[in-house]
Design a protein. Structure first.
Length: 155
């Protein structure tokens, strides 16, 4: 029985040190901190919604919900729920496509643009707060490792 328990505890330790577990923890901590800063700044958006706003913000033309899902590599249903919420909150405008009424075209409202500009400043400040604890070489190495992990996984 102790051999089975020992294997279980070793496996558990391997899991704690796995890439998925470590990245999951970092993601949760970053989102929790970012959400707190958004609340503190009076911005009624969740960190999980930021990618959608930013994808639309940096586009020069309206996008479909499917376009947003493709760029973010997320499922359309999840994107649709977030887009609807951001629409209700007044940050996104949804209009039917003139050529294909089944498609919804998504653009930012004036409030959405304003919020995106404020969010950019917060994201940059947050990034600087974290990265100030690393040397320039450490930052470059760390970002290089993240890029390499992405490349290896996407192969």
């Amino acid at each position: 029985m102790s051999t089975v328990l020992n294997k279980f505890f070793c496996l558990r330790e391997d899991m704690k040190n796995s890439l998925q577990f470590k990245l999951g923890i970092v993601t949760k901590v970053v989102f929790r901190k970012m959400n707190a800063q958004l609340v503190q700044e009076g911005i009624p958006v969740l960190a999980e919604q930021l990618p959608i706003l930013m994808v639309v913000y940096f586009q020069e033309h309206a996008m479909t919900q499917q376009d947003i899902a493709n760029v973010l590599q997320k499922d359309k249903a999840g994107i649709q729920r977030s887009v609807q919420t951001l629409h209700k909150d007044g940050f996104l405008k949804i209009e039917s496509d003139i050529e294909d009424k089944r498609k919804n075209m998504v653009t930012l409202t004036a409030s959405g643009k304003f919020v995106c500009e404020r969010i950019q400043a917060l994201v940059i400040a947050f990034d600087n707060q974290v990265m100030e604890h690393f040397t320039e070489d450490e930052r470059k190495t760390f970002m290089g490792f993240l890029d390499r992990v992405t490349a290896v996984i996407e192969k």
